[in-house]
Write a protein that binds this ligand. Structure first.
Ligand code: NAG
Ligand code: NAG
Ligand code: NAG
Ligand code: NAG
Ligand code: NAG
Ligand code: NAG
Ligand code: NAG
Ligand code: NAG
Ligand code: NAG
Ligand code: NAG
Ligand code: NAG
Ligand code: NAG
Length: 812
């Protein structure tokens, strides 16, 4: 049977949004989208009519969005969810909620809610900084029970931007706090966040996060289904066009990836034999005039109740269709369970084809992390340069690569680096005196690339130029401050990348590139914060100036340095990843489109981070920090093997480096929440890497060789990323279309792995320990908890005490 019911609870949603339910029997499930009426809750004004609008105060520090850039419509659709927009355009009405544990009542009308969706954003705490912020939603149910769900929300603006569905090109600043300026021209946005709601009982209310979470809300919508539904209730939440593609076909045309988000809205507690998908299904898209055809159907074979999944479908557009055309498509779900499903169709709009990129925000914003990057999960970050000669920072406190800065700031014994330098080298040695001692005397690029591969990394990012301005590649005549002309008189980047291309073509190659340089004389007009530009005064006699060896004058730093140097990395070295640092003034937005188009012409999909000084980013970059929940955009944590340095630090005791178990704990945790892990390794100036860093990483590589399928190519589980509850083993979850992974970060006790999470396991599925003996492990469900029996012999087989269990779905 089939129903198309745009069933709307509260208010004014347009019937344009159809949700399709595919349902088992003669009953009529109806998908409900409840756009909660928040009018009684709004307590602040986000949208400002301009300087002097005294009501507008979004962050508690009188900053606000420009109203003319906020949508005028009352309905906003994103990711298949309709939101009621607040009264941005009524200058007298509050239009957002500063979260402070407000209780939002939910009229449930016989509906079981499956997911929470919000337009929200985090603000900077007073004298704090831009960061994604976590907060707990508390769901209260009719039966008195509660459930917590941690959400993570990106900041409304940052020099290194996060993304969101609504953008304004600036926001109003607070001149008293923002150095006198009325307007801040960083791109400013409203984020999207989604969370799963346990849907086995009627929801009564939602308590928003506490005030110290600094999360503000604009709109909240819930998705649910009428109670008393039986059978799987599949809902196509969205059909999202991407600019990602899989291999070009013979004809040279690219196969575009379309992402179908599919939810099974039936209640969590419903029996698996009646309400889960447990057999192979595929999804195809078609259009009535054959503008597109499905080339690679999307596959899924397990979808439990209260779960959802993103299924990629590969399509090809007709030759005659110009790329970027909007096309109405039908979604067809095919499965062998004819009793449960009919082939159903309804229409969704997609953008067919991938247009050439242009240097406009609208175009660049469509760029996104490619699947290879999402799949890779684990990369190695190499910091190696003249700072590797002194190789010193107070361990655990400062970065070694910041030696040049910390030598000069402050230029007295208030700086530990200054004191160390004076004691070790005397006052007559300047930073550039280290150049000659950067020898690479024992360096062989093959040793490194073999090591990256042996450590289990799928990509590496090499520091091609740090803030000291010393480049490790041929910078032509834009600067002569580089390893080719000075020490060690080698083109380090070429040697390294040639080695990778020849020996490990499977490794993707990333270039870290610092946009600012602390002491480049011509950066001074652009200088800010810790990157003033201009030559450094001598740290000891304060005379002008320390040498900036290899300096070549340029009229304009962005034109003369950024453009040629970034172009070299993009077009000559064919970087797969551009890992910019610091952000701020940048030539990147002027060359981004040509880079994307150049790479696409070679059938390569490249990726950039959020520090390129652009208004968009393919991924965001917490540093020596991880995110505690899934973010709505791709992210990557970076940190070193060192407790607090990326480059080699002689001040760090050998036992302070991370061990293999710490690395794998971090990696599993990060991956379960949708992140990648870029792990820093700092070679010595001669090119060798100490065993305190290589040994643990080789163990990590051994573990990944036998258990890496629980990491690489996985996606987070919609229901929950982890189980750290009492009585459960401390576990993280990852998923693939054909299997579910449970990664134990603590040793299962008394021979049993336990979790209270609703793992999508059914009779016939097999469980085994990756890297174990291969035996099938007995599993059982007891008091709602999954137990997997595993004895010590089995657990002891792993080279690192982290255990990945694979639940292989039984094929019906
Ligand atoms: C939902 O329930 C409330 C009372 O519980 C009722 O007033 C309202 O009409 C119902 N809405 C719909 C769409 O059924
Ligand atoms: C909203 O409407 C106003 C007045 O018509 C217009 O100036 C503004 O550009 C519109 N904003 C958006 C985001 O469409
Ligand atoms: C959310 O709640 C959990 C426990 O319920 C707690 O451990 C965590 O710290 C809370 N997180 C935030 C951001 O409040
Ligand atoms: C962006 O924000 C930073 C603060 O992080 C500020 O210093 C800078 O001036 C802003 N940039 C622009 C273009 O307004
Ligand atoms: C759903 O089931 C409950 C209890 O089983 C019953 O009270 C209720 O009337 C049913 N609702 C509908 C719409 O069938
Ligand atoms: C599902 O399993 C239960 C208990 O194992 C059984 O009683 C029921 O008949 C099964 N239902 C279907 C539709 O197979
Ligand atoms: C899609 O599913 C249908 C029904 O199970 C099956 O007949 C067909 O072979 C599948 N197609 C592909 C390409 O997997
Ligand atoms: C640091 O320098 C100040 C000012 O020159 C001096 O008074 C102080 O004794 C110095 N401290 C140490 C520990 O050398
Ligand atoms: C530093 O140079 C000065 C001037 O050349 C010299 O007098 C002094 O002895 C040198 N200091 C050291 C520690 O070498
Ligand atoms: C300051 O020290 C530097 C480095 O030793 C030296 O080259 C320079 O001549 C000194 N300047 C003065 C004024 O002593
Ligand atoms: C450079 O290396 C030489 C030879 O090992 C050593 O004598 C000198 O002190 C070093 N200089 C610096 C600045 O590290
Ligand atoms: C750099 O400048 C020199 C001297 O003007 C010139 O010979 C050389 O070709 C230039 N190199 C590049 C890469 O432009």
């Amino acid at each position: 049977m089939r129903r198309l019911i745009p069933f709307i609870l509260s208010a004014v949603l347009s019937p344009a949004l159809l949700q399709v339910a595919y349902c088992a029997d003669g009953t009529s499930p109806s998908i409900q989208i409840l756009a909660i009426d928040l009018n009684g809750e709004f307590n602040i004004k986000a949208a400002s009519t301009g300087v002097g609008d005294t009501l507008a105060d979004f962050d508690g520090s009188q900053r606000a969005y420009p109203v003319e850039w906020l949508p005028n419509a009352s309905i906003f659709e994103y990711n298949g969810i309709e939101f009621n927009l607040p009264p941005f355009h009524d200058p007298k009405a509050h239009d957002s909620i500063r979260s402070d544990s407000q209780v939002i009542a939910v009229p449930n009308n016989n509906t079981l809610y499956h997911s929470f969706h919000a337009l929200a954003t985090s603000v900077w705490p007073p004298s704090g900084s831009a960061d994604a912020r976590a907060g707990n939603l508390t769901f209260e149910f009719d039966d008195g029970s509660i459930a917590n769900k941690q959400i993570l929300v990106g900041p409304w603006w940052s020099r290194n931007p996060f993304d969101g569905p609504i953008h304004t090109p600036f926001h109003y600043a607070n001149p008293n706090l923002d150095g006198g300026k009325m307007v801040d021209y960083n791109v400013t946005s409203i984020s999207y966040v989604a969370a799963r709601i346990p849907n086995d009982r009627p929801l009564k209310s939602i308590t928003l996060p506490v005030d110290s979470s600094f999360i503000n809300f604009f709109a909240i919508s819930l998705v649910g289904v009428t109670a008393n539904t039986t059978g799987p209730v599949l809902s196509v939440q969205s059909v999202r066009s991407t600019t990602k593609w899989s291999q070009s076909d013979e004809a040279g045309s690219r196969i575009q990836q379309i992402e179908v988000t599919l939810a099974n809205l039936s209640p969590l507690s419903a029996p698996s034999n009646a309400s889960w998908i447990t057999s192979p299904h595929n999804i195809t898209l078609s259009s009535s005039n054959n503008e597109i055809e499905t080339v690679i159907p999307g596959n899924f074979l397990r979808l439990r109740s209260n779960d959802q999944v993103v299924v990629p479908v590969g399509i090809r557009s007709a030759q005659t269709l110009s790329a970027g055309t909007k096309v109405k498509v039908q979604v067809q779900i095919n499965g062998d369970s004819s009793a449960v499903f009919e082939n159903q169709q309804t229409e969704f709009e997609i953008t067919a084809g991938i247009p050439e990129w242009q240097n406009t925000d609208e175009s660049l914003r469509t760029h996104e992390s490619p699947d290879w990057y999402e799949d890779a999960k684990f990369g190695i970050f190499i910091h190696w340069g003249i700072y590797s000669v002194p190789a010193w920072a107070p361990t655990g406190q400062q970065y070694v690569a910041w030696y040049d800065h910390d030598l000069h700031t402050p230029p007295n014994n208030g700086s530990k680096t200054w004191v160390h330098h004076l004691e070790t080298y005397g006052p007559n040695v300047t930073y550039d005196d280290f150049i000659a001692n950067f020898t690479a005397s024992k360096w062989n690029a093959d040793d490194w690339t073999d090591f990256f591969a042996d450590a289990g990394a799928k990509y590496f990012v090499f520091v091609t130029k740090h803030h000291d301005g010393y480049a490790l590649f041929d910078t032509g005549n834009s600067s002569h401050r580089n390893s080719v002309l000075l020490s060690p008189k080698r083109n380090v980047l070429t040697e390294l990348w040639d080695s990778a291309k020849n020996r490990h073509p499977e490794l993707y190659r990333g270039a870290y590139y610092s946009l600012p340089e602390w002491y480049h004389p011509d950066f001074a007009p652009y200088g800010f914060d810790a990157w003033p530009g201009g030559a450094a005064l001598n740290a000891f006699n304060h005379s002008c100036c320390d040498p900036f060896t290899g300096y070549v004058h340029v009229d304009d730093y962005l034109e003369g340095i950024h453009k040629p140097q970034m172009s070299t990395l993009m077009f000559e070295y064919d970087a797969d990843i551009l890992w910019c640092d610091i952000g701020g003034p940048s030539a990147f937005p002027q060359i981004a489109a040509s880079w994307y188009n150049h790479a696409a012409s070679q059938n390569r999909q490249v990726v950039m981070n959020n520090r390129c000084g652009a208004n968009q980013s393919d991924f965001v970059t917490p540093e020596y920090a991880t995110f505690p929940a899934v973010l709505s955009q791709k992210w990557e944590t970076s940190e070193g093997m060192d407790p607090f340095a990326y480059a080699y630090n002689t001040d760090t005791p050998l036992d302070a480096y991370k061990n293999a178990s710490t690395v794998l704990t971090l990696l599993s945790d990060i991956v379960s929440k949708g992140g990648n892990f870029l792990l820093g390794v700092g070679p010595k100036e001669d090119g060798t890497i100490i065993s305190a860093m290589t040994d643990p990483l080789l163990q990590v590589g051994q573990w990944l060789k036998i258990a890496g399928e629980s990491i690489y190519g996985t996606r987070p589980w919609f229901i929950q990323p982890e189980d750290t509850s009492t009585g459960s083993t401390n576990v993280r979850f990852t998923t693939k279309p054909d299997a579910f992974y449970i990664i134990a970060l603590s040793r299962p006790e008394n021979g049993v792995l336990r979790t209270s999470a609703p793992v999508p396991i059914i009779d016939g599925d097999t469980v085994h320990l990756l890297g174990g003996s291969g035996i099938e492990l007995r599993w059982f469900i007891e008091d709602g908890m999954l137990g997997v029996e595993v004895d010590d012999n089995e657990l002891d087989k792993l080279p690192v005490p982290i255990w990945a269990f694979k639940v292989l779905y039984h094929l019906e």
